[in-house]
Design a binder for this molecule. Structure first.
Ligand code: ADP
Ligand code: MG
Length: 422
């Protein structure tokens, strides 16, 4: 494999300008190049795209990339085109293309020019496309955001369910690469089963974020005052405050402003112009704090976010991990502070009451984990990592003393309260 190794580094430099691989990338890429079924679990920002982009560029044939987000597909295609001699090296196949454009895509694939073909899962159900893809050389099939296949994931997409059947129709022996940032054992199991690749080689990166400090405080009537105090103690630093409702976002942003804090609101109810403006203000440091619903964050790549506050507890540990994960991207300080009251859990339960029973059950189980996390006296980091199927030893692990329960162990008295009398 000596030559292959040199080639990989040369290709990495040539196509992406990077001088080295991140984490498990090189091992993953070798496995994909070798034509094996591969399962990649890495946190957001871990560099999963490269794990299929680089193999696609060096392998014979076209790799099909399934991804749920059209905007992200377009970004990736544009980025790859920049470094390639031929614009046809990457294409997106979707319903917005006219006949001429579809023909162009097909011609580029047939002529061996296209190395990466991005498709939304619903486009793959189009008989015309499946029939065409059966006739050309496919190097492998990458399923990005593979957790969308699982009802236990935070972003279930029914169209993902048909992927296995469609892949089999396109070709019986096409290698499959599944990628996700969702690390729960249940979702992983679902992915392997639903994609029909029980024997896939699995690569899982650690989800530990050693520079993040986790803290949960009881939520009282004074929560706003507590947040103001916290933000003032961290004056000049960038932070995000997450609230459940748009109304609360507006109110809290105002309360912070009135108290002399540079804060702006962000939620999906604001018009696009205002949203972009507030996001830019945050990136350009014209504001310190964004008070937001979960609509804020996807694709925000500000490296020096110093705190993430949850005014309301999220609906799952995964959401909590994703949202707090926006702090300390640069490896510097990142304080994650969540306010917890059981009545907020009841509120979230109530929101689900209109949904189908199966969905409610899953939602309930995810919420119970949030309750356990908020009420635990065990290390928060240990809890989170255990939830993601990872053993963590606070004595030896990185960031082992970076949470409230480790720094200030709870008194034994509280444990006694929990003893149930029969
Ligand atoms: P993920 O899909 O796992 O969230 P991405 O594929 O979007 O992560 O990559 C995250 C960032 O890391 C991108 O900005 C990408 O350019 C960068 N990146 C990926 N691989 C490398 C590498 N080997 N060296 C430097 N930067 C990298
Ligand atoms: Mg990704």
């Amino acid at each position: 494999m000596g030559i292959a190794e040199i080639d990989l580094h040369a290709s990495l430099k040539k196509y992406f300008g990077f001088s080295g691989f991140k984490g498990l990338q090189e091992e993953v890429i070798k496995n994909v190049v070798a034509g094996n079924n591969t399962f990649v679990i890495m946190p957001t920002g871990g560099g999963k795209s490269l794990c299929y982009q680089l193999p696609a560029l060096i392998k014979e044939g076209t790799a099909i990339v399934v991804s749920p987000l059209i905007a992200l597909m377009k970004n990736q295609v544009d980025a790859i085109r920049v470094v390639s001699e031929h614009e046809g090296v990457a294409h997106v196949l979707n319903s917005s293309l006219n006949k001429t454009e579809v023909k162009r895509v097909k011609d580029d694939i047939t002529n061996g020019i296209t190395k990466l073909l991005y498709v939304a899962p619903e486009s793959l159900t189009k008989e015309e496309y499946v029939e065409f893809l059966r006739t050309v050389k496919i190097s492998f099939m990458a399923v990005d955001e593979a957790h969308c296949i699982s009802e236990w994931g935070h972003d279930f997409r029914p169209e993902y369910r048909n992927l296995k059947t469609i892949i089999k129709r396109i070709g019986d022996d096409i290698p499959i690469v599944g990628l996700t940032a969702t690390a729960t054992p249940k979702v992983q199991e679902d992915i392997l089963k639903s994609l029909g690749m029980p024997n896939a080689v699995t690569f899982k990166a650690s989800f530990n974020r050693p520079n993040l400090y986790y803290e949960v405080r009881p939520k009282t009537k004074n929560v706003d005052a507590d947040i103001i105090r916290f933000v003032k103690q961290n004056e000049g630093k960038s932070g995000i405050v997450y609230c459940l409702s748009r109304k609360r976002v507006e109110e809290l942003a105002q309360v912070l402003q009135v108290n002399g804090i540079k804060a702006v609101p962000y939620h999906a109810g604001l018009d696009a112009k205002t949203r972009v403006k507030h996001q830019d203000m945050f990136l350009m440091e014209d504001t310190d704090v964004v008070v937001a619903t979960i609509a804020f964050g996807m694709g925000i790549d500000k490296p020096d976010v110093r705190f993430v506050i949850h005014h309301d507890i999220p609906k799952s540990i995964e959401s909590y991990y994703q949202e707090t994960g926006r702090a300390g991207r640069d490896g510097g300080e990142g304080h994650c502070l969540a306010y917890y009251a059981y009545k907020d859990i009841e509120k979230l339960e109530k929101f689900m009451s209109g949904k189908p029973v199966a969905e409610q059950e899953i939602g309930h189980a995810l919420l119970q984990e949030v309750v356990a996390f908020a009420e635990t006296s065990v290390s928060r980091r240990k809890f989170i990592l255990h939830y993601f199927g990872e053993e963590f030893d606070n004595a030896t692990g990185e960031g082992g003393d970076m949470d409230d329960n480790v720094r200030n162990p709870k008194k034994q008295v509280e444990a006694k309260d929990e003893v149930k009398t029969l």
